[in-house]
Design a protein around this ligand. Sequence first.
Ligand SMILES: Nc1nc2c(c(=O)[nH]1)N[C@H]1C(S)=C(S)[C@@H](COP(=O)(O)O)O[C@H]1N2
Ligand SMILES: [Mo]
Length: 406
Amino acid sequence: MKRRNFVKKTALTSFITLLGADIVFGASMPKGYTPLALQDGDPFKLFNKHKDMVVLNDKPWNMEAQAHLLDDNITPNDKMFIRNNGLVPENIDVNKWTLTIDGESVVNKKTYTLAELKSKFKHYTYQLTLECGGNGRSEFDPPAKGNQWTIGAVHCAKWTGVRLKDVLEDAGIKSDAVYIGYHSADLHLSMDPNKEPISRGCPMAKALQDETIIAFAMNGAEIPLAHGYPLRLIAGGWPASVSGKWINRISIRNIVHDGSKMTGDAYKVPCTPVAPGEKVKEEDMCIIESMPVKSLITYPKSGAIIKEGTSLEIRGHAWAGELEVSKMEYSIDFGATWKTCAVKKPSNRLAWQHFSASVEFPQKGYYEVWARATDARGNAQPMLVPGWNPKGYLNNACHRIAVKVG
Ligand SMILES: Nc1nc2c(c(=O)[nH]1)N[C@H]1C(S)=C(S)[C@@H](COP(=O)(O)O)O[C@H]1N2
Ligand SMILES: [Mo]
């Protein structure tokens, strides 16, 4: 038998990862053959996603959740949105995967294998909220280009890894360090290996926080391929674009990181409010840091019908970037009056918080339940779409669901 006629071991490993099951006779699969279960390119099967997830784009893959899918306290893989800027890396060989720490402000450039990272540094597990900066973009008027996210580009999974701080300190941080920037294995849509789809980062203060980790596990298992397998940076509470997937290099920079999607107007908003549609000069745009206060009603699903005279138990999650949510309210009269919801403490800093309330309706008819969170500094969610900005970021308007009584 000629070995070259058979599927390569690396390809086999990635098929097994995608399928989430061992291919028992995988060694006999012809070279270049794609298992049937993956042939149709069905993204739901491909990424193990729930059938109610909504695909926004397939080149690159982008899909979002619906509010009712996000009801779990800890988001499982099948309900996590996917945001890719490039092509998912193929043929990942974990035994050869390394992470290099370099940059102008590193004392000793270092390269770690996955095994070294795992054995050398202490492991930590945190539940961390990741929301795409463009979540809610679809509501801006005039519209902004880009994925038309509604409300579903947020998740709060449990990540396990080593502290970025411990790894950076092991390599040594020079006193002139201001920023870190990640580099990843995904391929630019143009297939040009010299172009990076995305290479973002954060100031040293965020990089050195306890909860900023280099994760190798999610919800107690390997990180799913679409979410950054085998190694991912996680910086909860900041635009999820800071949380680099498939990372293989982190640079300690003596300037604000200038990688792909750090420059121009990407992930930036006008430093001071502008009129809808206004052109904004690059120097008047500021990099988004902590995400604003926001919440989602995850139960019931919008369109719920209940009997007259019964109360409705609503629940959901609220989050506020680097801050805690201190108050959660709901309204059944389009925001004229508000009542308090019970809101729990987060499981750890930067995890979303659960809220619930028992809602009574005065009579038969159509209602909307609106939810509003307020952060520890007193910032409340706006009832309608907030400050327009050219790229459609940071829409934290109150979420609402429709309810019919009787
Ligand atoms: N390497 C890499 N990391 C990335 C991205 C990407 O395209 N490539 N997308 C970023 C953006 S814009 C977001 S919103 C989150 C999405 O994370 P998720 O797909 O796990 O939900 O990953 C971030 N990290
Ligand atoms: Mo994003």
